[in-house]
Write a protein that binds this ligand. Structure first.
Ligand code: FES
Ligand code: FES
Length: 160
């Protein structure tokens, strides 16, 4: 099968891969690169479990052709902790607030929250719910997830 070479940034590091032209991003991440933190649920762009950030914007990697990331910057859940392994404040807040049960939706929730807080460090509850509305959780009832994002925004403020 013919392959296409493409370069992009993944979690701050330059990458070059050779892929079949129809490869979906979720398959490159999980199967070829071993980054299984990004989850795959519906494969139809409906559940948000597969959310990653492309140039800071949340995208569903299950429907995104990998070719679209050429020359761009991609962030997955594996890219949030720093080099020393210290968690991002959103990850820490999810732990502190008990915002994950089975954890399947958690990477997608955190990546959407990350995009929100980067743009709006002080969102109200309605803005948080709106930003997470593309991610389905079958376990938590959402309240603790929303609270975790509020807590993360407060932690962010304290660090500034
Ligand atoms: S697996 Fe991508 S939106 Fe559901
Ligand atoms: S914690 Fe289970 S789906 Fe959200």
């Amino acid at each position: 099968m013919s392959t296409t070479k493409l370069s992009f940034k993944l979690n701050g590091h330059s990458m070059e891969v050779a892929i079949a032209p129809n490869t979906l991003l979720i398959d490159l991440l999980r199967d070829d690169l071993g980054l299984t933190g990004t989850k795959v649920g519906c494969r139809e762009g409906e559940c948000g479990a597969c959310t990653v950030l492309l140039d800071g914007e949340p995208v569903n990697s299950c429907i995104l052709p990998t070719i679209k990331v050429a020359g761009r910057s991609l962030t997955t859940i594996e890219g949030l902790a720093n080099e020393e392994g210290e968690l991002d404040e959103i990850q820490q807040a999810f732990m502190d607030e008990g915002a994950a049960q089975c954890g399947f939706c958690t990477p997608g929730m955190i990546m959407n929250a990350k995009a929100l807080l980067n743009k709006n460090p002080n969102p109200d509850e309605a803005e948080i719910r709106q930003s997470l509305s593309g991610v389905l959780c079958r376990c938590t009832g959402y309240q603790k997830i929303v609270q975790a994002v509020v807590t993360a925004s407060q932690m962010k403020k304290l660090q500034e």
